[in-house]
Design a protein around this ligand. Sequence first.
Ligand code: ZN
Length: 475
Amino acid sequence: MRALAFFRRHKGPLLSAALLLLLTALLLYAAARPDRHVIEADWDEERRTLCVQQTTLLTNRTGAALTALDFRLCGNAFSAQEGAPVSKERFSAAYPSGFSPGETRVRAAFVNGRKASWEWADEARTILRLHLPFSLRPQGGVEISLAYEVQLGENRLRTGVSARQARLCNLFALLCPHDGERFRHDAYGPIGDPFVTSTADWEVTLRAPTRLVAAGPGLQSVQDGVWRFSGRNLRDFALTLSADYCVAQGEAAGATVRSFAFTQESAERALAYACRALDIYAALFGDYPFPDFTVCAADLCAGGMEYPALALVGAELYEQAGGALEYAVAHEAAHQWWYAAVGSDQVLYPWQDEALAEYSALLYVEAAHGEAAFDALCAARLAPALEIPALQGVGVAQPLARFASEEVYDAVVYRRGAAMLHDVRGLLGDEAFFAALRQYFAQNRFAVAPPGALLKTFGADGAARALSWLRGETP
Ligand SMILES: [Zn+2]
């Protein structure tokens, strides 16, 4: 009775306090709630077209109130020969049968279930601007639904189709990075991986002809040509499809590892390298961040390509003698720590994940094959990049836009970047250097880390040494 009397007397302030608590809890919940993409996709092999129904639940984490959302839909980057993200030198390898256009066609867009207006915000038609019928406050949530078709060109690039494979990569709509004032529209040029994305949970259902095998992260089930995948904390979602895939499966670093290649022997070999890499990196940097890892042979005109819990590795590397395949798998597996888990701005600071992935691949060689193999590889891969006269005084820290050739990009970002890390390791000693990398990983897992987050872990002397490489004062 006494409590009731107290409540009656103080009803107003008590209700206000309760309301305030509820609002705070809701805001905290919204801030912590991961973004989520639900994808229903149908692969039409004859038309080389993926029909996509994408529902995305987003929290506005830009810090600004928004009246429009800009999404990156990369498909139209491949619609015209001029502007396709491939260098002149690589064009004939990328399009062996001549140029073949790809296209993304948007059919409908909805915001919170109501039809919404949209437009292409750039000339290349790769930025879809969706107008909101309200102002979305910071930490506010919104549900976006998009219906679109992506037709793929015939090529040997990460987004495209070849005779025996479809690469459904960088296809889905992802929110553009935001600089606090506006959405960034980063150019999709021929050099590097110009993607800056935040992590989200994904549910992907793919319907494809039953003769095809789909390789993707987080496989949940497959039945009658319906493939279901799901994953948490993924910055993007990529898949490959082939009727010719052989599959091998194993376990490493607490994860299921799957390998898809065009012969069983190839699949087994890549699986062994992938498992070894995951075990080595987990011991060096911290636990592998996902429940599974998929490595798949891909008809690429060069190298490999990383995606969350997935790596494409150039099919030609499987044929080569020597350690090319092993090194490529080691490099792409390292991106699961540096890119997929610890994100970075790959447009402004491409060195941040690439130098780490390149140096990690060298660390793999050191752990797997010993110090002599490591030294030989450092001498073969890193030392020449330090001796190129034209690159003297060129810092490792260059944005993608500054690079005019892939050779220079490779020499500066990968090789000089890895040499920088090797130098910092020499200065700090192994114990402090690996403790720094473990700290960088643990503190920035599933975030987009600024370069300073890495430098900070090196301590004052290590950071000063790294900075002198980044600025071009060393070597
Ligand atoms: Zn890389």
